[in-house]
Design a protein around this ligand. Sequence first.
Ligand code: SF4
Ligand code: SF4
Length: 299
Amino acid sequence: MLNGIHFLLSYMCNYECDHCFLYCSPSSKGTFTLKQIKRVLDGAVKIGTIEWIYWEGGEPFLYYPLMLEGMKLAKERGFKNGIVTNSYWATNSDDAELWLSPISKLGIADFSVSDDKFHYEDRVENLSKYAHIAANSLNMPIGAISIEEPKVEEGIEKEQEKGTPVIGGGAMFRGRAVDTLIEGLPTRPWQSLKECPYEDLTGLKRVHVDCFGNTQICQGLSIGNFWEKTLSDLISEYSPEDHPICGPLKQGGPAQLVKEYNLAHEEEYVDECHLCYLARKALLDKFPKYLGPRQVYGL
Ligand code: SF4
Ligand code: SF4
């Protein structure tokens, strides 16, 4: 049952992290307008099962007034609000309180801050500590998201495939991560990548929406365009078996996607997402309605 709508409020981000699975950067285009946000929220009400609205990006604080107004509108409609941010704005604890005070007054149920080497490696200071201090002083909930450099974890075996090396660190091999992080990592034969390990392609629990209308169930994989058909219709009519990408993925994972469309491929890939992402990239022109936007594929 779908219970969350995650706004990709903007694809723009002040950072350009190696592990970014949406390929965001300061020059990325695609930001919601207030009118569009209202339309999506009204559509979310009609779905009937939505509890959560998340504000993400890119970096949602780059569009602070829009995010705040969107949160108000979501609250008026009975939804709980959550935010995911890289905390670039938390330059010290006093100033961080200025940013967070209106949010805490409005009420927020989940507030997640990136707190890892990938976000702060080349910067003078990890600013997330100030976000934590400010949130604690305002009695706001706050959690951390940490992604580390991919590394092979010794002595751990996946239950389903004994002997398969496990790559730790939490990075997902989609988007920019595929172009920047895979070198030197162990690989597996493409035929062995037979299932989607992370997404429930049948019982959708949350979707990410962007201002172009893409209703994404994984980065760059959409079930349709909600500017062409209402969100509630898209959700109720979604059938993974009839979807040109989800059908093969459900049947036999990324390997089946390659077989179904007879795609050129390497012999080995780091993991399922690595193959899935590159297979989908090769199919962009064939299925523009379901794959996009192109910038998420680094194009
Ligand atoms: S991972 Fe987050 S902080 Fe880094 S570029 Fe992507 S959206 Fe921005
Ligand atoms: S990239 Fe493909 S295999 Fe990986 S989680 Fe997304 S849909 Fe599943």
